[in-house]
Design a protein around this ligand. Structure first.
Ligand SMILES: [Zn+2]
Length: 261
């Protein structure tokens, strides 16, 4: 929360787009609804997955120390870096799946159907997406034996990094930085209306996995894209956005029933 407030001040001082901003953007109140919902579900998913993973490691398999695959002999800082790399790997594939499968896209479209980027856009996610991501990223790492403290470092960092990646900041960075860190220009490409561009730059912390798996688009070789989703819109209000996947599921069920008749 502190990082969001600090970034909001920087956005006012040195914005990339001087016309738009948190105050100028009418959807900000609805974005705050998602921030509140995702703060709650983030805490729930982290507690559930970390708590249940810890219980399995310590009570179900106490003799082996869980799956005992984690390199606990490494210094704590190195284990932290390893958690960040592994969590970013899991997040990368979950995010790719959200773009690939219509059932998951019905939730993730809420995050993409926007006209501009700013710090609150990082937390404008359907809370179900956040719940799924939280559990699927934390639980496997806890089961492998990753230190709980390192997972809390990741959970804190991901909120800050997500806000930076979506920020309307005129950061002047050396070209090479974009290859190693998800900066606002890197993530802006992912929010393009052009599907071939939005199906790239999936990673949250470092573009390392995008570069390895062939989904990297270098922002220094692309003009800033138009933000949004072509031909797939969601309601403007918070509750309407939460209802999107359920409405689509209802429509699909009705269509299938009428086809059968
Ligand atoms: Zn996406």
């Amino acid at each position: 929360m502190g990082s969001i407030v600090i970034l909001a001040v920087f956005e006012r001082l040195d914005p990339l787009d001087r016309v738009q901003g948190l105050v100028a953007e009418r959807a900000t109140l609805h974005d705050l609804g998602h921030l509140a919902a995702n703060t709650a579900t983030g805490a729930i998913s982290a507690s559930l997955s970390i708590g249940s993973g810890w219980a399995v490691v310590h009570y179900v398999t106490p003799s082996s120390g869980g799956l005992a695959l984690w390199p606990t002999q490494l210094p704590w800082l190195a284990q932290c870096v390893l958690v960040l790399i592994a969590a970013d790997f899991l997040g990368y594939w979950i995010h790719r799946a959200e773009h690939r499968f219509p059932g998951l896209w019905a939730y993730h479209v809420v995050h993409h159907d926007i006209e501009c980027l700013h710090i609150l856009r990082g937390t404008r996610e359907h809370f179900v997406t956040n719940l799924i991501r939280g559990c699927l990223i934390s639980a496997p790492l806890v089961l492998l034996g990753a230190p709980i403290e390192a997972l809390f470092v990741y959970q804190t960092l991901i909120l800050t990094q997500g806000s930076i990646a979506h920020a309307n900041l005129a950061l002047r960075l050396p070209d090479g930085v974009h290859r190693w860190l998800v900066t606002p220009p890197v993530h802006r490409i992912h929010h393009s209306t052009a599907r071939e561009l939005s199906d790239s730059n999936f990673a949250t912390i470092s573009p390392l996995w995008d570069r390895i798996f062939g989904t990297w688009t270098d922002p220094t070789t692309q003009p800033p894209p138009q933000i949004g989703v072509d031909g797939d819109s969601v309601p403007d209000d918070f509750l309407g956005q939460l209802a999107v996947p359920f409405r689509r599921w209802q429509d699909l069920t009705r269509r299938q029933q009428s086809e059968r008749r």
